[in-house]
Design a protein around this ligand. Sequence first.
Ligand code: AMP
Length: 305
Amino acid sequence: MQFKELGIIEPIVKALDQQHYQHPTPIQEQAIPAGIQGRDVLGLAQTGTGKTAAFAVPTLQNLSQGRRTAHPRVIRSLILTPTRELAIQIEDSFEAYGCYLPLKSTVIFGGVGQSSQVKALKAGVDILIATPGRLKDLISQGYISLSQIEIFILDEADRMLDMGFIHDVRQIIKMLPQRKQTMLFSATMPKEIVQIVNQLLVDPVQVKVPPVSSTVGTVQQSVYFVDRSHKTDLLSDLLKQEDYESVLVFTRTKHGADKVVRELVKRRITAQAIHGNKSQNARQGALENFKTKATRVNRYCFPGY
Ligand code: AMP
């Protein structure tokens, strides 16, 4: 299957080509044609399936073919996602897939000052990617109106629930116009999400892909049984013996993540932690160092990350 066969317009096909995407993923094959037709979409899919393009491509296409961009621009599409990292990734995807279209997008999230975000909003945007708290904040300050939304995307709906954002999400939904296209993505369907689906989506096309397997066949897995007092020694021995280029380590607590980083650094192994108590700048700095291999070990703390 080729992207062109899904009915995608040339400027977006060209942009996807530049991303070196050769074929649509299963979720894209199912969701893109329905989305382009303006249908509501209910997607049961998790991160890693290509779901961002599954909603970003129809959004870009429908906005670019809809009524002419107003001047000044008004927000015509809202993408609501639970975490800052996801919001940034989604914005990057919109920029990439929409690089040949005259649409502007921006991203807003909490944990950083609001002034640069307000400046971008004032300059005018067509597509807004947001986390719920900061969005509500900027709406209440009068910087954002949702009255012209044509396409609404609720991403990772079940995680919104897990992270305690569902009340905010319900309030935001109430501010949207009745007539709109909605695409909702969730890996699971707890009853609170089913309720939202029933209220929000009109005759949706359901698309479903099996969860991405958490490991691939080429990944070798090992288990080490070790008592708590020897865990860090074992980890640092492994890191010294094996020729691992980059290593991700997950811990149960934020405190645990910081502690292991201290222990590794003491043993001259470069490591940085990422967790919810770190500032956004510190998190992005750590990710950047990891990507450029300035840091060999990134320690993630699962809860609250
Ligand atoms: P997502 O599930 O949207 O977070 O996407 C997971 C990863 O797959 C991202 O790194 C995307 O850039 C990549 N991706 C999405 N669609 C395709 C495609 N059709 N071909 C190759 N890679 C893709």
